[in-house]
Design a protein around this ligand. Structure first.
Ligand SMILES: [Fe+2]
Ligand SMILES: [Fe+2]
Length: 125
């Protein structure tokens, strides 16, 4: 399970809400790894992640954050990885329980945090 904590609060409401929802969906999937509907949970993660990343892409364009190219490449990499892993039931379990939580931690505290800082900076001007 991923525990929501203050380190994930970036100060941009829409990002924080999306990330909270992501953690909720991810935790539901983790709780369901041995259930017959696990695949549906994986699809929910994928669907949510598409929208999550598209929302951030629009924010990156809007605020012109310097890391946007790396950030978009990373989003595309993760989407491709999710599609690849979710098509493989055995690997998908470990990926949902360990891979995605580790990725989320790093991503939220680096690239997403940088994006949030750029948005908050722009709001000041
Ligand atoms: Fe994000
Ligand atoms: Fe991101």
């Amino acid at each position: 399970m991923v525990e929501w904590s203050n380190q994930y609060v970036l100060g941009v409401c829409s990002m924080d809400e999306t990330h909270k929802e992501f953690v909720r969906i991810l935790n539901n999937a983790i709780a369901a790894v041995n259930n017959s509907d696990f695949y549906e949970h994986c699809q929910e993660i994928l669907h949510h992640t598409y929208n999550h990343f598209e929302g951030e892409r629009l924010m990156m364009v809007d605020c012109g954050v310097s890391s946007r190219q790396d950030h978009i490449v990373e989003h595309n990499r993760v989407l491709a990885e999710m599609e690849h892993m979710f098509a493989r039931p055995k690997e998908a379990k470990k990926y949902v329980m360990e891979g995605i939580p580790a990725w989320f931690h790093t991503h939220a505290t680096t690239l997403d945090s940088e994006l949030a800082r750029a948005i908050l900076e722009k709001q000041k001007t």
